[in-house]
Design a binder for this molecule. Structure first.
Ligand code: KIV
Ligand code: ZN
Length: 522
């Protein structure tokens, strides 16, 4: 699949990314993201960890059935039960892959309590078993960058002899640095017998902010598969960001002459969708997909840009799928115009969905004269969020606040079809409104995060609010947008509660509850 000058893109948003606490996605969301990855030209999609839960298994199986071009990969620890379960899920794909791994560094070897020889034997058995099921097998020595070099060479050789077709070298704790990352891959390719017959992959975490640099350096060293996630989603500081490595290779082909098969014009849309469904906002100054990545605010920059865009721009916004943020629509815009604008922004709508979005658009246009692309994107987020089970709906909210005394919220919710109203006080408008939600719908969920962003400029701008809640180890994130920050806050809160209720009902699963953790690698 990879050639000398082609780098294979392996996306693990749905596995490593989804393991990030709070980033849990629903079944439908996982299918949607997998479809977008496939359409964008991702070579391999790591769709999940099938043994982790029934939900993961179902998602990987369904993604495997629906995949058009991408290879579909599932993760499995180094035991037959995991590998069999993984195969059961991925075998439906036109091109399936089993990815099995074990922690090989001294610290990780201590977890299953295996000595070096016992672990070598386990690797031989499990990779051979995987290869008997599937002719596309990836093997990873977890924490490779902290594994003794001679032992790493030994186990990589064993995995190749047992039939692994891709050897992935993970920097599990984000410890390595670019020079070391390149040297490690180069050393393995030079020293390990059989290395020329397999593809070497790099899998970097971003704990020291070097994941992109380390992945690109690994390519310099001979790796031809980069493992990455959209928006760099992932545990702790996340993984290598797909959009960063892909655009770095595209823009700096002069010094890194490697191609990928990614249609970069789809990057912006998928970034927004992953941000929405994971509930992890993209930081404004994030490379490639951040709101400010192509904004030229200062006078000097603007002047330069007017004369020649290349003065301050090394890539064009349209290369990553960013259409110009113009004043787009107003209250007189019709349904066809809305559909066409949303298509430009990457949203394909069925007739019923368009009907619903049009009603929301009209309501927004009544309150906000000028509607920009970002407003429409926020509106789409809002409508997607409302589809997440509607046990609780906000019917009405009125808040009185000011310099005198506590704020008071009068709130009516519809809870499973029955309307309930109350008044509650609090320390400011949001606190009083949240207290009213708690009074109407008692719960033990704890608020972990409350974040507000203005979607556009101006005092009538919509606010996007993200709320993360935790209950008995389950984590759910809610989002909403409204020109009224307090309304957006309550809707986001209710949206997070709806997601928690759904998860409680399904008996599934935030990362913490998964029946097994990928970290007990034995
Ligand atoms: O970071 C890591 O080591 C992993 C492995 C499971 C490949 O994600
Ligand atoms: Zn990882």
């Amino acid at each position: 699949m990879s050639t000398k000058d082609q780098v294979v893109i392996f996306d693990t948003t749905l596995r490593d990314g989804e393991q990030s606490p709070g980033a849990t996605m629903s079944h439908a969301e996982k299918l949607e993201i997998a479809g977008l990855l496939d359409d964008m030209g991702v070579d391999i999609i790591e769709a999940g960890f099938p043994i982790a839960s029934d939900g993961d298994f179902a998602a990987v199986s369904e993604i495997a059935k629906q995949a058009k071009s991408s290879v579909i990969c599932g993760l499995a620890r180094a035991n037959f039960k995991d590998i069999d379960r993984c195969w059961e899920a991925v075998k439906h794909a036109k091109a399936p892959r089993i990815h099995t791994f074990i922690g090989t560094s001294p610290l990780h070897r201590a977890i299953p309590n295996l000595n070096k020889d016992e672990m070598a034997e386990r690797i031989h058995e499990t990779v051979s078993h995987a290869r008997n099921l599937c002719d596309n097998v990836q093997w990873s020595p977890m924490d490779a960058t902290r594994t003794e070099e001679d032992y790493l060479c030994r186990v990589v050789e064993i995995a190749i002899k047992a039939g692994a077709t891709t050897i992935n070298i993970p920097d599990t704790v984000g410890y390595t640095a670019p020079v070391e990352s390149a040297d490690l891959i180069r050393m393995l390719i030079e020293k390990v017998p059989g290395a020329d017959d397999v593809v070497f992959a790099t899998h970097c975490h971003n704990d020291l902010g070097m994941a992109t640099a380390n992945a690109l350096a690994a390519v310099e060293g001979g790796a031809r598969q980069i493992e990455c996630t959209i928006n760099g989603l992932g545990e702790r500081a996340g993984n290598t960001a797909l959009e960063e490595v892909v655009m770095a290779l595209k823009v700096r082909g002069d010094i890194m002459p490697f191609k990928t098969g990614i249609d970069t014009t789809k990057l912006m849309h998928i970034s927004r969708r992953v941000s929405t469904v994971s509930g992890f906002p993209v930081q404004f100054n994030k490379a490639i997909v951040g709101k400010n990545a192509f904004a030229h605010e200062s006078g000097i920059h603007q002047d330069g840009m007017l004369k020649n865009a290349e003065t301050f721009e090394i890539m064009r916004p349209e290369d990553v799928g960013l259409t110009e943020t113009n004043l787009v629509m107003g209250k007189h815009s019709g349904r066809a115009a809305l559909r066409s604008k949303l298509n430009d922004l990457g949203f394909e709508l069925g007739d019923n969905q368009l009907k619903d979005v049009f009603v929301r658009f009209k309501a927004l246009a009544d309150r906000k004269k000028e509607i920009y692309d970002d407003d429409l994107i926020a509106l789409m987020r809002d409508s997607a969020a409302d589809e997440q089970g509607e046990h609780i709906k906000v019917k009405s909210l009125r808040v009185v606040c000011g310099t005198e005394g506590p704020a008071q919220a009068d709130l009516t919710l519809e809870i499973d079809g029955a309307e309930k109203s109350t008044s509650a006080q609090g320390d400011g408008p949001v606190d009083s409104a949240f207290n009213a939600v708690k009074a109407l719908f008692e719960h033990t969920a704890r608020l972990q995060l409350y974040q507000v962003h203005a979607v556009t400029e101006g005092t009538d701008a919509q606010a996007t609010v993200s709320v993360r809640m935790e209950e008995d180890g389950r984590i759910a994130t809610g989002q909403s947008a409204d020109t009224d920050t307090v309304v957006a806050s309550v809707k986001a809160y209710v949206n997070a509660l709806n997601r928690l209720i759904e998860r409680r009902k399904m008996g599934s699963v935030g990362y913490d509850e998964k029946s097994v953790s990928y970290k007990d690698a034995g």
